[in-house]
Design a protein around this ligand. Structure first.
Ligand SMILES: *Cc1c(COP(=O)(O)O)cnc(C)c1O
Length: 375
């Protein structure tokens, strides 16, 4: 059997172990230390917008602490892109609030500004103005930020920008992860860079960053004994994980370049093939990191999405359907939803293909040959 070709697997640059070794040498084996602050400042310079970043145990934790700091509590409503991974939406429930799901448009597959405005108007007419809007850049593709942020501004609602999949993507030459009232990043094992598990909350002031760290370390009051006036969480990133992150930062841009080349490889491979389209940027204003490359298999293709998946599986090549929209998830099926059928159609017809920065020439040949045999 051929070795497995994964959708997206960790890709170390080489210096990660050096930083981890330093953590061991100095006995900083704790959820604080020089690697944590080093990784934070690496990220702050990379995003380049005077941001203040707190590293956390996951991207989901970062969304949770954004909601906490925006004062979202029980009875509140929070608008969330329906076409996403559950990590975007679950923290709304942690806060006892109610998610209101909004459909995507087909240019970027992200939140549709028109459906967003319709949702806000309807919720206001029902007497409950949404407390926050969670916008996602799915698969690394920047959302229509100008339009979305102008709707948010018009109704004075805070934005949480979920850039978990979009580190290094840009919108009008500015990095994704710098547009929200709060923005979040993820360093889970399958993301564009990894700390084996981790995330970050991007804040607009040092005060917000310190408050984030306060909530992430059990909300301890400043007293020598352990005193608590608020409920906190154990969400800080470990100094060992942050060491991996520091090493990964050295290869981030190189790895983005390789992911973008994977996208070109698919555009080339599926060129002139009826019924298959490779998802790409619809405008020159945006650059996707192409975290995952995706295709849509339409009705006029010579094979179905399922046939394609089975053929790849036989060759031990991983593929995966696009994210199942949140409003179709059993756990969220009673939550309000605003939209047409865009995300549902994408879910039915789309597939993610192997996209890692570590795929070899042989891997690509195997993928290409499998595609060719199907035709
Ligand atoms: C991965 C991901 C998250 C959550 O990140 P974790 O670090 O896995 O908790 C949130 N939103 C999106 C869109 C993601 O892909």
């Amino acid at each position: 059997m051929n070795s497995k070709i994964w959708l997206s697997s960790p890709h170390m640059g080489g210096q990660e172990q050096k930083f981890v070794q330093q953590a061991f040498n100095t006995n900083w084996i704790a959820p604080l230390g020089p690697n944590v602050s080093g990784f934070e400042s690496d990220l702050e310079s990379y995003l380049d917008q005077n941001k203040h970043i707190a590293c956390l145990s996951s991207g989901t934790a970062a969304i949770h602490l954004a909601l906490v700091q925006l004062g979202v509590t029980s009875g509140d409503e929070v608008i969330c892109q329906t076409f996403t991974f559950c990590g975007s939406a679950n923290p709304i429930i942690y806060q006892g609030a109610k998610p209101i799901f909004v459909d995507s448009e087909l240019d970027t597959w992200n939140m549709c500004p028109n459906h967003l405005e319709a949702a806000i108007k309807d919720r206001i007419s029902k007497g409950n103005k949404p407390k926050a809007i969670i916008i996602v850049h799915l698969y690394g593709m920047p959302a229509k930020l100008d339009e979305l942020l102008s709707v948010a501004k018009k109704y004075e609602i805070s934005v949480i920008e979920d850039a978990a999949e979009a580190l290094g993507s840009t919108y009008k030459e500015r990095k994704c992860g710098t547009f929200g009232t709060y923005s979040i990043l993820s360093f889970n094992g399958n993301k564009i860079i990894t700390t084996s598990g981790g995330g970050a909350l991007v804040c607009n002031s040092d005060e917000e960053k310190q408050k984030t760290i306060f909530y992430a370390t059990q909300a301890r009051d400043s007293a020598s004994h352990y005193q608590h006036s608020e409920i906190g969480y154990n969400y800080r990133m470990s100094n060992v994980s942050a060491g991996i992150g520091r090493g990964q930062m050295q290869v981030l841009d190189k790895h983005i370049d390789l992911r973008r080349k994977m996208n070109l490889f698919y555009k080339e491979s599926f060129k002139n093939i009826k019924g298959i389209s490779v998802f790409g940027e619809y405008s020159n204003n945006i650059v996707s990191n192409h975290w995952l490359s995706c295709i849509i298999v339409s009705k006029d293709a010579r094979f179905t999405k399922e046939q394609f998946q089975r053929a790849m599986e036989k060759e031990n090549i991983e593929t995966r359907p696009l994210w199942k929209p949140m409003h179709l998830q059993p756990v969220f099926k009673h939550m309000p939803y605003y939209g047409s059928k865009n995300s549902e159609t994408l879910f039915k017809t789309g597939l993610c293909l192997p996209s890692g920065s570590n795929l070899s020439i042989e891997d690509k040949e195997r993928i290409f040959n499998t595609i060719s045999q199907l035709l």
